[in-house]
Write a protein that binds this ligand. Sequence first.
Ligand SMILES: O=C(CO)[C@@H](O)[C@H](O)[C@H](O)[C@H](O)COP(=O)(O)O
Ligand SMILES: [Zn+2]
Length: 196
Amino acid sequence: MKDTDRIQHIFRESIQAKTQAMEQLSPAIAAAGHLMAHCLQSDGRILSCGNGGSAGDAQHFSSELLNRFEMERPGLPAIALTTDSSTVTSIANDYRFEEIFARQISALAHPGDVILAISTSGNSANVLRAIEAAHERGASVVALTGRDGGAMALKLGDEDVEIRAPSNITARIQEIHLVVIHCLCDLIDRTLFNNA
Ligand SMILES: O=C(CO)[C@@H](O)[C@H](O)[C@H](O)[C@H](O)COP(=O)(O)O
Ligand SMILES: [Zn+2]
């Protein structure tokens, strides 16, 4: 296959996956956006986590809240649990890598907070432990998953929202997750700052 054909194939696959996501996921994205907006209106915070590309997504989301998204507004309280290398390495070193997010959630999360848990497979052990720690602290979970939702889908409670990207390819799932994150930021800003 020529390089340019391969590139066009990837673009086409991404567009098709996003079209399917738009058709299937809008209600779940709206529910997650309202959960997050309600959390922030009640002085709660949003803590985000994930591995690899999803760690980048967790940070992308928190920076859009802490700084700004598309409109001028005050910063909003969000923490990416992936960024403090001293904390992450010491938890992994002293306990287990599975605990890197859960231990931070146990220390930081309050009832009413929201944990944004991102995993394309739905099976990353540290993200699964993050969900358990969130529930122990009375926090809700918005889970961005893919494939069949993995073990994460089975761990969620009635207060939680799963947004499952309809693809089996990690990169395509990540591309859908990014659009979902921007939809969530848009919904939060419009709900909190009434800028319809
Ligand atoms: O970005 C990519 C692949 O596109 C990778 O860094 C990927 O995020 C890593 O392999 C992650 O460890 C995968 O974890 P998960 O999405 O299954 O939870
Ligand atoms: Zn990637």
